[in-house]
Design a protein. Structure first.
Length: 302
DNA sequence: ATCCAGGAACTGT
DNA sequence: ACAGTTCATGGA
């Protein structure tokens, strides 16, 4: 991690394969998003570090990400954690140079990575949020998934209002673990989604399911297996979470509808490709399937 | 209206 | 192992 603490602001120096504006475009993809806001080229996000709510205003300079604190300056140790958070959120530990090296020889990705150069997987560092968001997205259109997330956050999340704008935190698993199915049914969650999400919340609150434990597992299939063993988490959700929360670039949600649509479009097909066809296309992507998928998703909007 | 959505569990073979 | 069915609701 490469950054400087200037006391009242942070300056973070990302690797060269990074473009803040590309990341902002991804972050701004939905009107329904409630967990961050974008205004005048700045990204605002509320986070919580050790019981302290911290509003971040994030912008970019030529070679750095600038973070300021509109409400109050946190302590030095907290500022360090903020820098950690930003580094993790934008997946800055990955060496995208290796990914781009691979895509030079790839008929599908070569053009795409050129167009969106510097885009990184925007992560969901909170495991509970990542799992819940994936479950919400199962088999419903994304617009409605955002609506459900908004309702969940506004009912059970913490918030802070600054200059007339309200900023939200995703609810904690402790809070959701206390709910009954009917509580979420009222928000128009299906019984299944309600069961799955409360179940995950209970698993995390009991300490059985933690991000740390998952990160300790050495083999990809071990992580995948332990996630899939949880009710409501299938292969797609496991891969999505491994990609968005656990930073493993081997993750490949191969059954994803968005991926299929992107490939259909890129290849000019009449129909969506089959799983077997995708497996063949993806042979070159070994080790970078998550980024290949993410860039293909990006190619879908605009 | 009709189809489908960033699937998963369940059931039957 | 594998295929078909059910769940559930809104968006386009």
């Amino acid at each position: 991690m490469n950054w400087m603490d200037h006391g009242n602001r942070l300056e973070i120096f990302p690797p060269k394969e990074f473009d803040f504006k590309e990341c902002l475009i991804f972050l701004g993809r939905s009107e329904g998003e409630i967990l961050h806001q974008i205004k005048d080229g700045y990204l605002y996000k509320l986070i919580k570090i050790k019981e302290e709510l911290i509003l971040l205003k994030i912008g970019s300079e030529e070679n750095s990400i600038q973070v300021v604190f509109p409400i109050g300056i946190p302590s030095e140790t907290t500022r360090e954690k903020v820098a950690d958070y930003i580094w993790e959120w934008f997946d800055l530990d990955q060496n995208l140079g290796d990914f781009y090296e691979m895509t030079r020889k790839d008929a599908i990705l070569d053009q795409i990575v050129h167009t969106y150069y510097g885009l990184r997987i925007i992560c969901i560092p909170d495991l509970f949020e990542a799992l819940t968001w994936a479950i919400l997205g199962q088999q419903i259109n994304l617009t409605f998934a955002y609506t459900l997330k908004k309702r969940l956050v506004e009912h059970y999340g913490e918030s802070l209002t600054y200059e007339g704008q309200t900023f939200w935190l995703f609810p904690t698993h402790e809070k959701i673990a206390e709910l009954e199915i009917e509580d979420l049914r009222k928000l128009q969650f299906s019984t299944r989604k309600a069961e799955y999400i409360i179940g995950v919340a209970e698993g995390m609150t009991s300490g059985q399911l933690t991000k740390e434990k998952l990160l300790q597992l050495k083999e990809y299939h071990q992580v995948h297996q332990s996630l899939v063993s949880i009710r409501g988490i299938g292969a797609w959700t496991a891969d999505y979470v491994i990609m968005k929360c656990l930073h493993n670039t081997n993750a490949f949600p191969i059954a994803d509808v968005g991926l299929h649509n992107a490939l259909k479009q890129q290849l000019g097909l009449e129909r969506k490709p089959t799983i077997k066809e995708i497996e063949k296309l993806a042979v070159n992507w070994k080790g970078w399937e998550a980024y290949a998928t993410f860039y293909l998703w990006r190619s879908l909007y605009e």
